[in-house]
Design a protein around this ligand. Structure first.
Ligand code: AMP
Ligand code: AMP
Length: 338
């Protein structure tokens, strides 16, 4: 079958516009699944979205299964998939899915993620287990891709104990707070070429932590402001070239390790290493996202890094479609689908 027989589908949220624009640029049919209030937004991009499939709520998504199968659909997962559909619903869908669904378990569970990174020889912030003495500043994180929701920081044991009393999350991890700057590296691993590509880099714009410096500390006194980390937007970055080699090597180790841990295919397609870089240029990875991240939306027409690899605008969304197209051409589509 040629590529015009396939429809690239995703949920109307997160990075859907980038994914569908890229799919259209590569020659695929495109469809978006949306809830009613978002129809006007996606309708306004009918230059690259062929079809809008409506669901009353995200939980109705599996009801579309027949329709999606009829269209030879390929679902492209993004950050909203597990968050909106839940793990089981997502896994049970029979529609073709770009990626390895087994990776979802490793991504969702912070402990498994940590094991993966440690085995890959990647620096991770110290983790405090239940009962450990908190001897430095910590950040407490809930599980799951919550976009920084439900986090808090504490300077010491006393503050930690106090804040924990009014904390509503059941599952969380306590991490050393790494002082440095956040840098999010976006990669793409092709199982066809066996190469890791650095696609782009962003930092997040988080409320309210990124704004605290606007008021001097002395004016903040008494206001009782707690830092929070909810992401509002993403800001493009170009990193010191001397840091690129280590970042790419880290990504390659993450992929190699995934082939052993998450057999047989491991992680492939887009992923992100979310890091904090300290003043001694140590790169700590605070999290890995095993899918397209929203920071890639800064680069719908390509990034400085994709320009080094491609003589045309190449977003991560378009790169996904390109991979599917290449796989179709050489009759290896099964290798990139689950
Ligand atoms: P864990 O074995 O680290 O996954 O922890 C299991 C649960 O214990 C977590 O989901 C939290 O509810 C709680 N917990 C984890 N770390 C700590 C900690 N440092 N102090 C207090 N409770 C914790
Ligand atoms: P995450 O959900 O793990 O991507 O974290 C969201 C935000 O919390 C990051 O962008 C950082 O601003 C902050 N953060 C998370 N973990 C740490 C850490 N260990 N040290 C310092 N800041 C952190």
């Amino acid at each position: 079958m040629g590529i015009t027989n396939y429809t690239i589908v995703t949920l109307g949220s997160h990075s859907a516009l980038q994914i569908l624009k890229g799919a259209k640029d590569e020659g695929f049919k495109t469809a978006v699944v949306v809830t009613p209030q978002r129809i006007p937004l996606y309708k306004s991009y009918n230059n690259f979205i062929d079809e809008i499939l409506e669901v009353k709520s995200w939980t109705d998504f599996p009801k579309l299964e027949k329709e999606l199968l009829k269209r030879n659909s390929i679902i492209i997962p993004h950050g909203s998939f597990v968050a909106y559909l839940g793990m089981d619903q997502n896994k049970n869908m029979k529609v073709s899915y770009f990626g390895n669904k087994q990776v979802l378990d490793w991504e969702e569970n912070r402990k498994m993620q940590r094991e993966w990174m440690e085995k890959a020889g990647i620096k991770v912030p110290h983790r405090f287990r239940k009962g450990d003495k908190i001897d430095r500043a910590v950040i407490v994180k809930s599980y799951g891709a919550a976009g920084g929701k439900g986090y808090f920081t504490a300077r010491n044991q006393k503050e930690f104990d106090e804040k924990l009393r009014s904390y509503n999350e059941e599952r969380f991890m306590v991490q050393e707070y790494v002082v440095g700057v956040p840098v999010y590296f976006h990669f793409f691993y092709s199982p066809l070429t066996k190469k890791v590509e650095l696609m782009s880099i962003d930092k997040r714009y988080e409320t309210n932590v990124d704004s605290l410096g606007r008021i001097p500390a002395k004016n903040q006194e008494g206001l009782n402001i707690e830092p929070s980390f909810e992401v509002v937007a993403n800001i493009p970055m170009a990193i010191r070239e001397s840091l690129m080699a280590e970042a790419i090597s880290m990504a390659e180790r993450v992929i190699e390790t995934s082939k052993k841990l998450i057999s047989p295919k491991g992680l492939f397609g887009p992923f992100c290493l979310e890091t904090i870089i300290t003043s001694t240029e140590e790169i700590y990875t605070i999290e890995i996202s095993a899918r397209i991240v929203a920071g890639t939306n800064c680069f719908i027409d390509g990034s400085p890094y994709t320009y080094l690899l491609y003589d045309e605008p190449m977003s991560t969304g378009r790169r996904i479609a390109r991979e599917i197209k290449n796989a179709v051409k050489i009759n290896k589509l099964k290798e990139v689908l689950d």
